[in-house]
Design a protein around this ligand. Sequence first.
Ligand SMILES: Cc1cc2nc3c(=O)[nH]c(=O)nc-3n(C[C@H](O)[C@H](O)[C@H](O)COP(=O)(O)OP(=O)(O)OC[C@H]3O[C@@H](n4cnc5c(N)ncnc54)[C@H](O)[C@@H]3O)c2cc1C
Length: 377
Amino acid sequence: MYSEEHNIFRESFRNFVRTEITPHLDEWEGKGAIPRELWNRMGAEWYLCPWLPEEYGGSGADFLYSVIIAEELAKGGAVSFMTALHSDVIAPYIMRLGSDEQKRRWLPGTASGETVLAVAMTEPDTGSDLAGIKTRAERDGDHYVINGAKTFITNGIYADLVIVACRTDRNATGTKGLSLICVERDTPGFTRGRKLEKMGLRSSDTAELFFDDCRVPVGNLLGEENRGFYYLVEHLQQERIVCTVQAQAMAEKMLEMTLEYTRERKQFGKPICSFQHNAFKLAEMATDIQLGRCFIDSLVQKHLRQENVVNEASMAKAWICEMANRVAYQCVQLHGGYGFMDEYPISRYYRDIRIFPIFAGTTEIMKQIVAKNMGLL
Ligand SMILES: Cc1cc2nc3c(=O)[nH]c(=O)nc-3n(C[C@H](O)[C@H](O)[C@H](O)COP(=O)(O)OP(=O)(O)OC[C@H]3O[C@@H](n4cnc5c(N)ncnc54)[C@H](O)[C@@H]3O)c2cc1C
């Protein structure tokens, strides 16, 4: 699947992660933030939105470059640096739905790291069921006036541009009457709430956002009015694939670290990996991980060919993210007490992997999609 160019790129990005990111993760976790300037450094090295056409500041690369970046960040323990969401989930909304003017205005900064992106769907009372979105955007002349609150928004504090899912048709209910409106940093009426403290992804900035009579020019509407739900669903396929790519890479890294540890650690005069119970656990994990690898690689190839893989992406997201959590549990167990200590990276992987079956659509919602496609619901 990967060419020589892809492999060279992987090597150079892996080096970047190894030298510029991984050694600082503990410090950034302590501070609860990744330095803002790292976004610009990633942009300067062409590691943000590599797929964007050159006219918008990208290098016109294929999706495999995004996969490589997502995997190497995950293997380097840095899933809390949410560039994949920025590059491969949110920027595509602007590329696909934006007018020429919007693309020229926002995309070059997105590729350079000057403009950090966020997408705000979730609200305090609305998570899995987006039909419950209450944030309103009412037309007033050449502006929308937005009122409402969003929560759990990744890159919420750093974001320079937030794509906000709002209800634009007050008479429409459910999934109808939703629109995507871009709100720029410093727009009057747009404020950030708390930066949320979390079990994992501690250095990623996850925040509450508030809109209080926030006036946004109508020119900031993405795509057509009232088609927001359709757009969200359309973009979820890639979001779920990227999320799954990272979970798979984390599972592989956790097993690698655990094999190394259990070969070195001796009890009762033997390496702990050589007790049959543990050897079987490691063999089972290797098998699960290999299954996951086959599944995600085939999915990525289909996605590259632009096939509709919503159903398979849902299966993979559910199965691989759950599998990676089983792996995390077993790997900590095999590290014994050291696995519980922050100084051992397995501890951070264990915390960070927990969110993968929850965000970008929970395991239960993934199963609901698959079951519907089987005609069961
Ligand atoms: C770290 C982090 C980052 C996030 N980043 C973003 C972001 O950038 N932008 C954004 O918009 N959102 C973001 N989210 C929100 C995330 O997408 C939601 O948390 C997720 O969709 C689940 O919604 P919820 O938390 O409201 O849970 P709920 O929807 O309340 O679900 C609670 C439980 O009920 C289950 N459940 C719900 N409905 C059903 C059903 N029909 N059948 C069976 N079980 C069901 C769920 O699977 C889950 O187990 C983030 C969340 C976190 C924690």
